[in-house]
Design a protein around this ligand. Structure first.
Ligand SMILES: Nc1ncnc2c1ncn2[C@@H]1O[C@H](COP(=O)(O)OP(=O)(O)OP(=O)(O)O)[C@@H](O)[C@H]1O
Length: 582
């Protein structure tokens, strides 16, 4: 059977040179913070008579006023500096998440007022804010950490509130609310996991900022107090003899630079990994709402971003299309002939003609990166395909059984007998009469509708997570269309198979789809929910034109009445909600 890929599995992580260099630098800093105090404390803190010495083999950066090794002190100071920066960041993150969640939960008026207040706080320079807090609390390491932590809270509050507002519109949150799931559980289960990525990126940036601000506080005498020392404190001590003993500030300055650059590179790398197009912009420098808008749709089963399909002559047949399909969702792709629908679908299925090129910033099905070279067997297990013309899908010279069981025998490794018995069951589920006998028949002995349903049975026998149906009803007359649509509807409802449904017929699309993308000239012109389309809420003139060109819904509905839905196998009518609304 199909290996069911987790729909919410994160897409493959992008290791960029920036991120790798940043992580190596930060790993070096952490190692220094652990090892230096263990091995260098004596040289860093023991007072000797060798004061103010220049660089030598014994003291590479010389000694300070009290004969202590400057390099050793710079290295040992790493621990306190990093610990304080982590603590300040933790205060900002936790405080921001708690306050941001509270703001999101607050009544509308309170929320709006709070957001305005937060915007002003974010605009106020955090170092000035920290200086004021530190001055009120008094000098000291703990107070400096509190001051810098508090100064970072507004930015995280704004990010959390905006992200929560954005995530809370998703279907699963609405459903959880309707089911009466308590708010704290909605926050911990649905909101926070979906906000983790941008929050992590921002936390890394905040760490770099905290490092600099804490050092600044210590430098001006409001932070770490003697005999403790961090980079800022060492700079403060070196300042008095900067002309006679300039090397005294070089050690801590270099360490500060390395830690700051390392942390910023990690933040930049994480931002690029989160949004390949955004880079540093994503790291909280833009408005969080925008950041969220460009973020990944991790719940999506299929995620397509910036898909471009280029013909050999350099023409872009699909021009930067982005969309996603949630597990169990039916997404319609509608547009006139040549608009790029099939190219989009075939790009997803990895079945483009050889001469056509495909690029995308994200092309993911569950945890499978579709831009990578994937095994055809694995693709066949996860993606089922139903083509337009059942008459040409099957080889007229071969018996149905041979063709229908191909996927099972070739890709699932089933024996002929096992494959046949599975397929007979699948045909039966598709309401095809006398399925056993059909296996021995040739394609011309079956009706068009039966052939298409047999095709659907064959495409879904491996239980794919996604079914791509490319104009599956176009070649069929309108009464037979109904049988096929009904089969797709049942597959979706009973098995939860997501469907990418392609059609030039907007009337057919609106019967079946939860969401509809209107395509023209290789671009998406409009996105609508099925309900919006059924309610006639299409805004784009092209969509309206397509609707106008659709045969009267009243005529169509005649075919979709209960009687008409009785196909040759005597199936029951399609549930009301799947029918066309006029
Ligand atoms: N192999 C190819 N090389 C170059 N261009 C191609 C190739 N196949 C298709 N095209 C062009 O790509 C464009 C989009 O084709 P596509 O098949 O995606 O359209 P469609 O919307 O699915 O239409 P239809 O409903 O007719 O299949 C068309 O202009 C078509 O002529």
């Amino acid at each position: 059977m199909a290996s069911t890929s987790s729909p919410s599995a994160p897409r493959r992580f992008r290791w960029t040179p920036t991120l790798i260099i940043g992580l190596v630098m930060m790993a070096g800093m952490v190692l220094t913070a652990i090892l230096a105090p263990m091995f260098l404390t004596a040289q860093a803190e023991t007072l000797t008579a060798n004061s103010r010495q220049g660089p030598s083999a014994e003291h590479w950066l010389g000694t300070d006023d009290f004969g202590r090794d400057i390099l050793a002190r710079s290295l040992v100071a790493t621990r306190l500096t990093l610990v304080m920066s982590v603590a300040a960041t933790a205060i900002a993150v936790v405080g921001g998440i708690v306050l941001g969640s509270a703001v999101w939960l607050a009544p509308r008026r309170v929320r709006e007022a709070a957001l305005r207040l937060i915007e002003s706080a974010v605009a106020y320079p955090s170092l000035i804010f920290a200086l004021i807090v530190a001055a009120i609390l008094g000098p000291g390491s703990v107070n400096a950490v509190i001051a810098i932590g508090l100064a970072g809270i507004p930015a995280f509050t704004r990010l959390t509130a905006n992200l929560a507002a954005s995530v809370s519109h998703r279907n699963y949150v609405t459903t959880a609310r309707l089911l009466g799931v308590p708010t704290p559980r909605i926050i911990s289960r649905h909101l926070l996991p979906n906000m983790a990525e941008p929050l992590l990126v921002m936390a890394t940036s905040n760490f770099a900022l905290s490092l600099l601000e804490l050092s600044s506080l210590s430098f001006v005498g409001l932070g770490v107090q003697s005999p403790d020392y961090d980079y800022g404190r060492l700079l403060n001590e070196g300042l008095v003899s900067i002309y006679s003993q300039p090397l005294q500030v070089v050690g801590p300055s270099i360490m500060l630079l390395l830690a700051g650059v390392g942390a910023m590179l990690v933040g930049d790398g994480l931002a690029a990994a989160a949004d390949p197009r955004g880079g540093r912009k994503f790291a909280g420098r833009l408005s969080p709402t925008r950041a969220m808008g460009t973020g990944a749709d991790r719940e999506a089963l299929l995620e397509v971003r910036d898909l471009v399909v280029t013909a050999p002559n350099g023409k872009d047949l699909v021009q930067g299309v982005s969309f996603s399909i949630q597990p169990g969702q039916v997404l319609g792709l509608v547009g006139e002939s040549g608009s790029g629908k099939s190219m989009t679908a075939m790009a997803v299925a990895g079945l483009l003609p050889e001469e056509v090129r495909r690029t995308a910033s994200v092309l993911r099905l569950g945890d499978m990166d579709l831009t990578a070279r994937n095994s055809p067997a694995e693709l066949a297990r996860r993606i089922g395909l139903v083509y337009q013309d059942p008459g040409t899908t099957f080889n007229p010279a071969l018996r149905m059984g041979t063709q229908l069981t191909e996927v099972q025998r070739v890709h699932l490794g089933q024996s002929g007998k096992q494959a046949k018995s599975t397929m007979v069951t699948a045909l039966d589920e598709m309401r095809i009469t006398r399925p056993g006998a059909r296996m021995d028949q040739h394609p011309h002995e079956l009706s068009g509708g039966m052939l298409q349903r047999a095709m659907i049975a064959s495409s879904t026998v491996a239980d794919p997570v996604l079914l791509i149906a490319d104009e599956p009803t176009t070649a069929l007359d309108v009464t037979v269309q109904a049988e096929v649509l009904r089969s797709l509807y049942r597959i979706n409802k009973e098995r939860g198979t997501a469907i990418l449904f392609i059609s030039h017929d907007i009337g057919v699309v609106q019967e079946l789809c939860d969401e509809v993308l209107v395509m023209n000239g290789g671009r998406i012109l409009e996105r609508l929910t099925g309900d919006q389309l059924r309610d006639g809420q299409a805004a784009h003139p092209y969509t309206r034109m397509l609707l106008a060109a659709t045969p009267s819904m009243t005529d169509r509905r005649e075919f979709l009445t209960a009687d008409r839905w009785q196909d040759d196998a005597g199936t029951e009518p399609i549930p009301t909600e799947a029918k066309v609304q006029s």
